[in-house]
Ligand binder design. Structure first.
Ligand SMILES: [Zn+2]
Ligand SMILES: [Zn+2]
Ligand SMILES: [Zn+2]
Length: 268
């Protein structure tokens, strides 16, 4: 019994490595056809692919969201396998790259486990109907859909907490892995769900731009929320070109809060 407990404890204490694969809003940055100074910036931190995060723990690899830049993002990492993909919600900037899991299917000759809420599963079944059709075309993506809901889930030995957040009227999920919490596409988190986030040491949270928005936190709203949660460090993600250039934005944020950028690695 004690041996099992010790092993579990050791596992839970295995370090987490988080890589922000994408930190941009749905259009990405730069935006096609935009001449603004952010879109024209030479700073690589102003080039933002669609939001996604890779979490590595104890030899296991978890991906949060697989948007249209999934292929390019995977090519930028040295990762050659994904144990689980967790989806925050069904908007295309978070799921449309799922067809590209085929490369991993071919490499490992197995399906990929995908975790999401029921509504998101329904949307995937519709968007990727060819994957679920009775007559299967050769070479299509192989995915196992697993239904989850807010609360604790266990995947590959890791305890993950799914957190309910609101994206205007759409309920979405954020995820907590140990002392790391990742919440994209939200502008409201209820009090009881905030309880699941308290104690987080590193928080990555959605902030779109300085001005208010219907379905995303503005930067001032995100700052207010971060100051309530009090993590050691917070990073903003899902940023629009309207958030300004990285080098300007970082100077305008309070201590302990920074803009995320693609390729940023966080260790816990
Ligand atoms: Zn989004
Ligand atoms: Zn622009
Ligand atoms: Zn969204």
């Amino acid at each position: 019994m004690f041996i099992i407990f010790d092993t579990l404890n050791q596992l839970m204490n295995s370090p987490l490595k988080i890589t922000l694969l994408g930190t941009g809003t749905s259009l990405g940055v730069p935006i096609i056809g935009c001449d603004c100074q952010v879109c024209q910036s030479n700073d690589p931190r102003d080039n933002r692919l669609r939001s996604s995060a890779l979490i590595e723990w104890n030899g296991k690899v978890f991906l949060v969201d697989a948007g249209p830049d999934f292929r390019q993002q995977m090519l930028r990492t040295s990762v050659r396998n994904i144990d689980a993909i967790l989806l925050t919600h069904e908007h295309k900037d978070h799921v449309s790259g799922l067809d590209d899991i085929r490369a991993l299917n071919f490499l490992h000759k197995k399906a990929i486990d995908i975790y999401s809420e029921k509504r998101v599963q329904d949307s995937i079944r519709k968007d990727f109907a060819y994957v679920f059709s009775v007559i299967q075309y050769p070479g299509i993506p192989q995915m196992n859909l697993h239904q989850i809901s807010p609360g604790k889930i266990f995947i590959g030995g890791l305890e993950i907490t799914a957190i309910r957040a609101m994206h205007y009227k759409l309920p979405i999920l954020g995820f907590r892995f140990g002392d790391f919490t990742y919440i994209s596409d939200t502008n409201y988190i209820a009090k009881e769900e905030m309880e699941k986030i308290y104690g987080t040491r590193i928080l990555v949270i959605n902030a779109l731009r300085w001005e208010a928005h219907l379905s995303h936190h503005s930067i001032p709203e995100a700052i207010k929320l971060i100051q309530e949660i009090k993590p050691e460090k917070a990073y903003l993600t899902h940023l629009s070109h309207q958030a300004g250039k990285y080098e300007d934005l970082i100077k305008e944020l309070p201590a302990g809060i920074e803009p995320g950028y693609d390729g940023l690695v966080l260790n816990l």
